[in-house]
Design a protein around this ligand. Structure first.
Ligand code: ADP
Ligand code: MG
Length: 294
């Protein structure tokens, strides 16, 4: 089932900045769809249009079959949004955060207690329920923010840079949680400028640069389309004075075999490095993702 549909979407901000131009794609139920691009590429703009927080200038977008401009009220009960750099209230416990959220959304006390416990257990937060948010690690804080988005049981979840500033363990814990949510039928659109995050999570990937689509497809297609292949690193032979390793890009099984045979003969260390999304990104966008991130 198609959950999100975007056709020829564009956004020009008052003042003239063209943040998005002619973007089209769709997202199926149960997918993690990653919107990848450098800072300023237009990711937040696109996410906010789909979350009915911002109006497009041209084109159409619909979520769960409802047009974002014509029927935003029909969309909002079914979605949840985690904005860029959301923070919990540091002096509340995780339990109170989620319980109050349920109450604000109109659930009875009994319902709210039951729902809070369920969501906290699902997201691995139950054992931390009585701590202060300020005493949680970054990964747990972000889980708490996501838990608050989850209590309404949204069909579609929009997350803007959900793992920014987290340590590697915290990022992995968020990744596994998001994957678990899609297994239960949720559909997720997340923005990121982390290539490893997109590589691990994305069922489909939209790479935007300066508001335009530069790639739409799977991670494997991104690598395949750009022809980035496996790299083979051959360490220099002992005693020949050179310290620079050779970096080779074999195109066939024969070439790989020849490299391995030479490595054995010359007693050189040979390391295989699979093609990464980073290699593909550099070829697609024409530069590293870090360039404009400073
Ligand atoms: N409210 C706004 N008014 C004017 N320009 C904006 C506004 N929000 C974002 N922009 C501009 O639109 C472009 C895309 O921004 P954004 O969607 O935030 O990108 P990203 O999330 O990929 O970093 C940038 O050039 C940014 O400066
Ligand atoms: Mg952004």
């Amino acid at each position: 089932m198609e959950v999100v549909r975007v056709e020829g979407l564009g956004k020009t901000y008052p003042g003239g900045t063209k943040a998005l131009e002619d973007v089209s794609f769709s997202i199926d139920q149960g997918e993690i769809f990653c919107l990848l691009g450098r800072n300023g590429a237009g990711k937040t703009t696109l996410l906010r249009i789909l979350a009915t927080q911002l109006k497009p200038t041209v084109g159409r977008a619909s979520v769960l079959g409802h047009d974002v401009l014509a029927e935003p009220q029909a969309i909002r009960p079914h979605i949840a949004v985690v904005p860029q750099e959301a923070r919990p209230q540091m002096l509340l416990s995780p339990y109170d955060h989620i319980l109050y959220f349920c109450l604000i959304r109109g659930q009875s006390r009994a319902q709210a207690r039951e729902r809070t416990q369920k969501v906290m257990e699902d997201l691995g937060l139950w054992e931390h329920r009585d701590k202060l948010a300020s005493d949680l690690s970054g990964g747990l804080r972000q889980r708490l923010i996501i838990a608050m988005a989850m209590v309404a049981d949204p069909e579609v979840l929009f997350l803007d840079e959900p793992t920014i500033g987290l340590d590697p363990l915290g990022r992995r814990s968020v990744w596994s949680m998001l994957r678990a949510l899609t297994k239960k039928g949720a559909t997720i659109l997340l923005t990121t400028h982390y290539l490893d995050e997109a590589e691990v999570l994305a069922d489909h990937l939209l790479i935007v640069d300066k508001g335009r689509t530069v790639f739409l497809g799977t991670v494997d297609e991104a690598k395949g389309d750009t022809g980035v292949g496996m790299r083979v690193i051959v360490e220099p032979a002992a005693g020949n004075g050179s310290t620079a390793p050779e970096i080779l890009e074999p195109k066939s099984a024969e070439e790989i075999l020849a490299i391995v045979e030479r490595g054995l003969r010359e007693k050189r260390k040979v390391t295989f490095k699979p093609a990464s999304l980073e290699d593909a990104f550099i070829k697609i966008v024409g530069g590293s993702i870090e360039v404009e991130n400073t």
